[in-house]
Design a protein around this ligand. Structure first.
Ligand SMILES: [Zn+2]
Length: 67
């Protein structure tokens, strides 16, 4: 088990562009959604209303890291 959470996680949220399931990823302080198929990136806030379980648990880890 790593103290820090994973840097990215597979979600079930569909890409707005092509419909493939998006990956949630983070860089230093920013979290984004990335499509592994068409390569587009989307701001997290566009998806916050329909986050799935993978997104929720990923974000919990991100917020823990800020302490
Ligand atoms: Zn896509």
């Amino acid at each position: 088990m790593s103290y820090f959470g994973p840097r990215e996680a597979q979600t079930t949220v569909p890409c707005p562009s092509c419909g493939a399931p998006l990956v949630i990823e983070r860089s230093c302080r920013e979290v984004r959604m990335r499509c592994p198929v068409c390569g587009r990136r989307f701001p997290l806030k566009d998806f916050i209303g329909n986050a799935d379980e993978a997104m929720e648990s990923f974000l919990e880890n991100v917020y823990c890291d800020r302490i």
